[in-house]
Unconditional design. Structure first.
Lengths: 320, 393
């Protein structure tokens, strides 16, 4: 490559920057069609190994009858597993409970942290202490939380019993009550995730220029109008993120307290689809049933994610 | 239309007092500019008027009514922010009409008023766009349109031109001033740019360290600064300040510095002092006998086309031997001058253009003895200046 000097007319050799390609790229040549794939390879290999291969394997297992015994051959049963699981009482209860877990998570885990975050945001640096207190449960392992609440809610020697006694009430055995147990788990998981979601909303609020709020005040807006007409629309991208991640993680997160505190009971009243899959696969060793349940859960999550994107994503104001 | 009065306003953030004893009355329809360096309290004063900050003490009145404790939404003031603060999720039309929509005006009336404001600022073709789709100048116009559509009692401007390039800034300040004159609305404008202050204001308020240093028309402040700070802050290049001392000796009173001596009024108090000379007051040539005569070595020449800025080392008065260290001054000469670094030239300054400031930085009025015009003409050679200028051009 060369260029002509306008002043002297002499030809100068432009010095090309030294390439630092690896030996493989050097051997293939930089223009080879393989080079982009080489850069993508680590991610593609990881995705293939830990996402797409297990998905295909699960799809295959959902079509066979197998009890996880390596010496026993798998028997192809077609869509029987789907029909069997779909028609079972356990699936119907687990699906209903999953809907309850998700339904409750929207007001409690997605919406409730918003006013908390706005309040702490309005406090400025004075809110840091409360922020730390509310975030603390996020740092505690769910196993520890589960065990701690088992002790607290123990109807014989739990702390909660003492408080109830002080007020003149008797603490019911909440975890043994089919109507109450699911709400105990929802409450505990809300307590644990509220601080985390609040922190995400605080990050979203921090990106809002405070001069917008001052300009709205000058325009004659009160606090409620500012929230409705300014903060809420500008917080929609954060809300979208929190909603999708909370719904997906809610189903996974409650697995630990369900397993530790109720084991899906009483009368399957706390089982969700995740725990049902675990019960099929690793309690009764019905691998086909577990895989069929997994595929149905996968389809459900896909539909939910698509619905969320179609319904809410268009209304999110991403750019400020 | 409104009169605004700040009465003994003080503002502290913790232990840090940012505004002290701020007293100012702005008349109806007046355009007042608060100017000063960063951190002098000008924006805080504006925000207190807007109701975005509460004064620590003192009262603010609008049309004679105390509004100190009135929330900003009820003050009927419109503000243009430094960042413009246009609502990013709303279109230009919604931004302009937002305040009207809060007043529950009919949609058709809002549309008509938004369109009228947009046409006035020539942004009616941008009404459907979002702020992110606008240039800096267009955003600034939308912010002004949002302010005028409300027909407020007063406009508050918080450095609205600081994000614009120099060319756009010039046209924008002309437009803002023209608009304010057409509407006749009282305006308080904050800037750190003394050119904006000089060109836009009916009155300028110069602030330093939370205090008002001087209030007056642009020309009053320029011609008669009451302190070294005001003299050096207004004007570009700034006033040349020569540090020295007022000395009482052998029955005479003189200002003495390393590079010059100047006879002063006999009642001038002794002590450290600063002599202020505007760059345009330094005239080439020897001038009249009564003028302050200086000899300067050219250090650097900045040819700006219409004028030439010359950095000089003044090493002594004409005829006196050169002494070290030299005093550095800037002279502003009209037109183009072929000067080279190292040229040694005579300069003179009419004594009425000299300002002497005391050790506290305040002007020492009547310290400079100005000879009467007739005596000056008798003593001096009237054609000397013209000849000297001709020699340089």
């Amino acid at each position: 490559m060369s260029m002509l000097s306008p002043s002297t007319g002499a030809t100068l050799n432009a010095v090309a920057p030294a390439r630092r390609d690896g030996w493989l790229v050097s051997r293939l040549g930089a223009d080879s069609a393989l080079v982009p794939w080489l850069y993508l390879a680590p991610t593609l290999i990881l995705l293939a190994l830990f996402t797409y291969w297990p998905l295909l394997q699960t799809a295959y297992l959902s079509l066979v009858d197998w009890n996880m015994n390596p010496s026993q051959p798998t028997q192809f049963v077609g869509a029987d597993n789907y029909g069997r699981v779909f028609g079972s009482t356990l699936f119907q209860t687990a699906l209903l409970n999953t809907v309850i877990y998700i339904g409750a998570s929207i007001p409690l885990k997605v919406l409730l942290p918003i006013p908390v975050a706005v309040f702490l945001w309005s406090l400025g640096t004075r809110g840091h202490f409360y922020r730390a207190i509310l975030f603390l449960p996020t740092l505690i392992s769910f196993v520890v939380v589960g065990v701690a609440f088992l002790w607290i809610l123990n109807p014989i020697f739990g702390y909660a019993k003492q408080f109830f006694a002080l007020a003149g009430y008797r603490l019911p055995n909440l975890l043994a009550d089919p109507d109450a147990a699911i709400w105990v788990i929802i409450g505990i998981s809300t307590w644990k995730v509220l601080g985390f979601n609040m922190l995400i909303y605080l990050a979203g609020l921090a990106s809002i220029n405070r001069e917008y709020i001052e300009a709205m005040r000058m325009d004659g807006a009160g606090d409620l109008t500012i929230f409705r007409r300014l903060i809420w629309p500008l917080l929609t991208p954060t809300l979208m993120f929190v909603m999708i991640s909370t719904i997906i993680f809610t189903m996974q997160q409650v697995f630990t307290p369900i397993d530790l505190m109720t084991e899906g009971g009483p009368s399957n009243s706390t089982t969700n689809l995740f725990y049902m899959i675990y019960q099929y696969s690793f309690v009764t060793f019905d691998v086909g049933g577990g895989a069929a349940g997994t595929m149905m859960l996968f389809a459900l999550l896909m539909i939910l994610a698509l619905l969320q994107i179609r319904l809410f994503d268009r209304r999110a104001h991403y750019k400020q | 239309m409104a009169t605004i009065a700040f009465n003994n306003i003080c503002k502290s953030f913790g232990e840090n007092q940012v505004v002290r004893d701020f007293n100012l009355t702005i008349e109806d329809g007046e355009f007042v500019v608060l100017v000063g360096p960063s951190g002098c309290g000008k924006t805080t004063s504006l925000r207190m008027l807007a109701g975005l900050e509460a004064p620590t003490s003192g009262r603010i009145a609008l049309n004679g009514i105390d509004i100190t404790d009135v929330p900003s939404k009820a003050r009927e003031l419109a503000m243009v922010f430094q960042s413009y603060a246009l609502y990013p999720h709303m279109s230009v039309a919604d931004n302009i009409g937002f305040a009207l929509s809060l007043q529950k005006r009919p949609a058709q009336a809002i549309r008509a008023e938004v369109l009228a404001a947009a046409k006035r600022l020539e942004i009616d073709h941008l009404l459907a766009r979002k702020p992110r789709e606008l240039s800096g100048g267009q955003r600034q116009r939308v912010a002004v349109a949002r302010a005028i559509v409300r027909q407020p009692q007063a406009f508050l401007f918080d450095e609205p031109l600081s994000n614009l390039d120099a060319k756009l800034r010039h046209s924008a300040r002309v437009e803002i001033r023209k608009l304010q004159q057409q509407l006749g609305t009282t305006a308080l404008y904050v800037t750190h740019d003394q050119i904006e202050a000089m060109t836009m204001a009916d009155r300028i308020v110069v602030m330093e360290g939370g205090c008002i240093r001087q209030v007056g028309t642009p020309m009053e402040l320029y011609m008669h600064p009451n302190s070294v700070f005001v003299a050096s802050f207004l004007g570009a290049p700034p006033t040349n300040c020569i540090a020295g001392e007022v000395v009482h000796a052998a029955g005479s009173v003189q200002f003495c510095s390393d590079s010059l001596n100047l006879a002063l009024h006999p009642e001038t108090p002794r002590g450290p002092a600063t002599l202020g000379i505007r760059p345009e007051s330094l005239q080439p040539g020897e001038g009249m006998a009564a003028h302050l005569q200086l000899q300067g070595a050219v250090r650097f020449v900045e040819a700006l086309g219409a004028e030439t800025l010359v950095d000089l080392s003044i090493a002594g008065q004409s005829g006196a031997p050169l002494q070290a260290p030299p005093t550095e001054l800037t002279a502003r000469l009209p037109g183009h001058h072929c000067l080279a670094s190292g040229d040694i030239l005579p300069f003179h300054v009419a004594k009425q253009d000299l300002r002497l400031f005391g050790s506290d930085g305040n002007v020492l009025a009547d310290a400079i003895r100005v000879p009467d015009q007739a005596a000056e003409e008798r003593m001096g050679d009237g054609g000397g200046l013209q000849r000297a200028v001709a020699a340089f051009v």
